[in-house]
Design a protein around this ligand. Sequence first.
Ligand code: C2E
Ligand code: MG
Ligand code: MG
Length: 642
Amino acid sequence: MELVGRHMLPGDYEGVLARIAEVAAGRPGQRASLVVHYRLVGADGRTRHCHDSMMLEVDAEGRPLVAFGVVVDVSEQVLAEAAMHEREAQFRSTMEAAQVGIFVLQDGLFRYVNPYLVGIFGYAEEELIDRLGPLDLIVPEQRDMVREQMRQREAGAPGKPYELTAVRKDGSEFPVMILGSPASYDGRPASVGTLLDITAQKDAERRARELADFDPLTGLPNRRLLSDRFTQLLAAAERDGSELALIFLDLDHFKRVNDSLGHSVGDELLCAVAQRLSTVVRKVDTLARLGGDEFIIALPGIRASAAAEVACRLLDVCAAPFAVGGHDLTITPSLGISLYPVDGKDFEALLRNADAAMYKAKEAGRNAFRFYSSEMNVATLKHLLMESGLRRGLGAREFILHYQPLVHVESGGIIGVEALIRWQNPEIGLVPPDQFIHVAEDIGLINPIGDWVLREACRQVRAWQDAGLPPLIVAVNVSPIQFRQPGFVDTVANALAASGLEARFLELELTERTVMQDAEQTLSTLSALNNMGVELAVDDFGTGYSSLAYLKRFPVGKLKIDRSFVRDLEVDPDDRAIASTILSMGRGLRLKVLAEGVETKEQYAILRSMGCELVQGYHFSRPLPPEQFVAFLRKYGLANKG
Ligand code: C2E
Ligand code: MG
Ligand code: MG
């Protein structure tokens, strides 16, 4: 058989012949049908793809005799398929080369993931496909949110990009950005999405934030961050009525370092200074660099005296030379302090005033600090002198006790003494308690001082008893801080034990405020003392406020009418009314009442006529040093109660 195959492409023609021969050989003497594909070159020169269904007559030897064929031109179809395969291959290589995770989701599971996505999570592709879904690759707290996103995508709603914290197979976390959109897969709703690892972007953002908030040289907060924090501190201070201090610190003659040794040495010095300053500030404080050689320290919840202390310490830490760039450099700071609320109500005002105060320190000769308001300068200077003096005074035994008699009205006899502390300061002389007790309270020195007073008073009174003087009670003033100190009852017991004084000879004087504050706690301490046999008196009675209910419940034995009511007894009917009210109240509650500050015989007469049982004051004696008191006692004649 001959095939009219002149227009077939070479190779296709031979192929078709071979196929016919093969089919014919299998069906000798019969007919056979077959389909062949080949390409023809048409008259226009274009190649056509042919689908040819043939009927074949075969001779007895199995050779083809005749073939009839129906030829269909399938060129279009073939080209379309080829294009599709090409597109598919392209798609695959794109997915595989993409530097972003790509996935198809359906029913909450991955149906397709690209190699990049597989790579960043550390799973094998088989572990992901049809087995895991997005919920397995994120932190648990974001699962609800992602579940909702998937539901929306599968319902056909387009998505917006959102951030998630992704979790790798090894458990490590990293930030990703997800964008999903609705799709269909295998003829059913699905979603496709991309996933971007945004670790680098987040790092860059953080660095940018740091640059915006921190000084690149020293790593300290910069002005912007300081101002933010300070504004928050101000709000808090306003809310709870607390104080705030702002210290402006500028290095003296810093420019000389830069000019003579160069900027890199200057920079090094600034870092070294920053480091030393940071050792002074507390956790709640902010040390910031304003630029150049200017530093700011924001101190929340701090009073003038404490701010002055910080300023002193800042000066101290800068005192030793700085070893930088092979030099030992000495540099001093000048500091200005402004206080909220007195020196300003906002950051800018306080900063300006701290700056102005810093200039005052420079004018005063540098290496110093100044407050913005001058009263503050005088007050804190005294306070500071007082503080260091007090600390020294305690060690140097500069405290002494004076004793003022307590007089029994009916008998005219002396039944006891009040021990009153004085500070024998070598420079200032005798300092009265009103001037230093509150400083001692502020700086935490009241406990050791108060303990000393207790021991010394007990010792002295017992010594007088031993010397044959008639037994006197001794009244000791107790500061509220001392009274609330946890071991106070033990301290009292120890003072008694150490001196050998019987408890009934000791009376503790607490001010009305001390007693009424935190009444339940007070009650238990008072009861413990009372059980020991110690007497308790309410001092300065009438100046605070008292709850009669508490007064009745408390084991208090005595009220001391404050001397402000005694002073004008002769002329002020109100004071007379108050004194007599306290006296009758005392009788009603079965409390002894003592009137303080009796200076004249007229006052004494009035009190006596009102039935006042006990008095104390200059009219009888000023507080006296121990030896003088003994002399006074001998002269006055001993009490003989009748
Ligand atoms: P206070 O407990 O009310 O003591 C009475 C004060 O009035 C004493 O002042 C005393 O010298 C003074 N005084 C006595 N009689 C008269 C008078 O007729 N006229 C006038 N104008 N004043 C008189 P002082 O010794 O200066 O003590 C003042 C305050 O210091 C005391 O008031 C007491 O609250 C406190 N204080 C004294 N010693 C101590 C102590 O050892 N510890 C504590 N925590 N506070 C003490
Ligand atoms: Mg007193
Ligand atoms: Mg008093």
